[in-house]
Design a protein around this ligand. Structure first.
Ligand code: ADE
Ligand code: ZN
Length: 332
């Protein structure tokens, strides 16, 4: 049973966390016909490319800073109710721009949602600004420049999400150089839709401390050894991988093999309602479907906190909270 375990997650996209019921409310508020992407309380998509289209449609239902504050607070309150102590939210200022809200108001709304949830539940959260690869290199560079200048203490990392098959990592290197120079933590989606080469490119050119997914590195034993040597943390999202068809079933999922090879890994939900999952469900999958023991699962939570984009003082505070919660679950 993993319900009671302390939890942390460092990979969840904010619009991807919108419950379908909330999306339906937003659509009614703005008079949007959702027939093509939301049916019978579920999001509708068929493959990775269609998922990204569906994601953008859902994102377009959130149009004000108040909408984003509500979405963020709703998600973080739900995480806190699952004993989650820390969350990193991936946000894309492009989505704020595209809806006419603007990046500043978009980030202000998300920051307000984080404050409200923290006041209510004590959950700690940070923001990872992401460029969307399918919006092209110029857009990803502009987002990095925006993140570098943001001056928002909650913005601590930079990522690139979106269509991994578009271009090569080399086309986006400048964005990561800008973010690195600004002192932001770096992570990048790689080795999800594309194979091991995409992870190698990311290590060679971006030198991130973490990789979003990265699971397809398992196809190359030398690369697995390199990840283990470097200590790069893989933000693994098993339910997402199965829903998107990266693997046909949990038996084929390489998470356990990666951990056994010495790669640092942690559990994440990615876009939970799109994939019929939640962070609590990912922890359940880890025991029931992937064969992890409770100490191994607690080890993955510790890895997430060790890799979190926070300062050392906050990291120590979070690790203490994890230890206390862990001891309480052993004795209570
Ligand atoms: N954006 C939201 N979810 C994503 C995923 N799983 N891969 C790439 N981009 C994303
Ligand atoms: Zn993701």
């Amino acid at each position: 049973m993993t319900t009671h375990l302390p939890k942390a997650e460092i990979h969840c996209h904010i619009e991807g966390a919108a419950p379908p019921a909330l999306a339906a409310e937003q659509a009614a508020k703005y008079g949007v016909d959702t027939g093509s992407f939301l049916r019978d309380g579920s999001y509708v998509w068929s493959d990775f490319a269609q998922f990204l289209v569906c994601y953008d449609r859902v994102a377009a239902l959130f149009r004000t800073d108040v909408d984003y504050a509500h979405l963020t607070e709703t998600y973080l309150n739900e995480l806190a109710s699952m004993n989650t102590i820390y969350s990193e939210i991936i946000v894309s200022p492009d989505h704020g721009d595209r809806i006419g809200l603007g990046a500043d108001a978009y980030l202000a709304g998300i920051s307000e949602g984080i404050r409200l949830a923290k006041d209510k539940t004590g959950i700690e959260a940070r923001i990872i600004v992401t460029g969307e690869r399918h919006f092209g290199p110029d857009s990803v560079i502009a987002v990095a420049e925006y993140a570098a200048k943001s001056n928002n203490p909650l913005v601590t990392g930079f990522n690139m999400a979106g269509e991994e098959r578009m271009g090569r990592v080399a086309d986006y290197v400048r964005a990561f150089d800008i973010a690195r120079d600004a002192g932001l933590g770096l992570t990048i989606h790689a080795g999800e839709v594309c194979g091991a080469f995409s992870v190698s490119d990311a290590l060679d050119l971006v030198r991130p401390s973490r990789i979003g997914h990265g699971v397809r590195a398992a196809e190359d034993p030398d690369l697995v050894a390199r990840l283990a040597d470097l200590g790069t943390v893989l933000e693994v999202c098993p339910g997402s991988n199965i829903a998107l068809g990266v693997y046909p079933d949990f038996r084929s999922h390489p998470l356990k093999r990666l951990m056994e090879a010495g790669v640092r890994v942690c559990l994440n939900s990615d876009d939970p309602p799109f994939f019929g999952t939640s962070l609590a469900n990912e922890y359940r999958i880890a025991t029931d479907d992937l064969g992890f023991s409770v100490p191994e699962i607690n080890g993955m939570t510790r890895t997430a906190l060790e890799a979190a984009f926070v300062d050392d003082e906050m990291r120590q505070r979070l690790l203490m909270r994890l230890e206390t919660a862990d001891l309480n679950t052993q004795h209570g």
